[in-house]
Design a protein around this ligand. Sequence first.
Ligand code: SAM
Ligand code: SF4
Length: 346
Amino acid sequence: MPSVHLTTHVPDIATETEASGLVDRFGRRLNYLRISLTDVCNLRCVYCMPEKMTFRPRRELMSDEELRLIVRMMVELGITKIRLTGGEPTVRPNLVGLVRYMAQQEGLQDLVMTTNGILLPQLAEPLARAGLKRVNISVDTLNPHKFRQITRWGDLDAVWAGVEAAEAAGLRPIKINAVVTRGFNDDEVADLARLTLEREWQVRFIELMPFGSEAEFAQSAVVTSEETRRLIEAKLGPLQEMPGYDGRDPARPYRLPGARGTVGFISTISEPFCSACNRLRLTADGKLRLCLLRDGEFDLLTPLRAGVGYDELKQQVLAAAYEKPWGHGLPDGAIPTNRIMSQIGG
Ligand code: SAM
Ligand code: SF4
């Protein structure tokens, strides 16, 4: 597995940058950490993982204690926003306790989660009380039969119950994530966008990305944001661009005339937003991944388990973050090979 090699001048860089937080060599400030809490999921979406998926043994994953230490360190280094993801984050044991710990970290301003929603009926309320602020819930289709096809066995009603529970618990505004997959739900994008007429949600259409063993499928079924937008406008009329977009959210917001909610497009493939990237990712097995779509990672868990000191590890994180690559290499045919999406979390 490719790893990030620290160059010899790194200690200087680390010392220089500690005061100013996590910054890469291009001057991008990295203040957003996406944490995959587990690679396990209670669904098997066709674009995300194979049906017969083998999950990592528990001992290879960060324990709660290790995770808490890394979170504390990352917030001290300037992380102000954390998104919990998976696999499916809600299947991680002691999720509520972990959220409570994270929410108490001084300096953390935003704590949110991306989930398939299925376990939210029992978890939304305790998570909100523990300090979770909002959720993004994945809903690719309004058709229960198709939902079962895409997720291999999921029950769409359970997801809608999760959406309702999240709203009732105050985890708002809700964002709905829909990956647009040719032949599965490209005929439904207008119906999904129509949800925003009545609900104050943001429905976000995501371009399909290629990863490892699932790359071929993703490449054959990708629908660009431009095409999705045309499909929506053909049925519902022109989308109006929302004023005041500051470029930090990868989903540029639009509104259908008279709608209460908004529509967004995440165009990682057709319009990469790498120049504004402020993200780092932590995988469930304790690797700091520097770019969603590049294999380079820095192993935090091994040195932690080998007894490296807190301050030394912190310097290593600063140095690794400095090496964040400029952008992904999909236009040049560089597809990430070492992990599939469920092992990173999006
Ligand atoms: N299980 C949770 C869920 O589905 O929301 C969180 C993890 S999932 C990997 C995070 C997001 O990535 C979801 O919105 C999912 O639809 C999206 N996703 C999964 N595989 C993808 C792929 N190959 N390309 C683009 N998005 C993908
Ligand atoms: Fe599970 Fe989310 Fe991947 Fe679907 S997209 S298989 S719900 S991790």
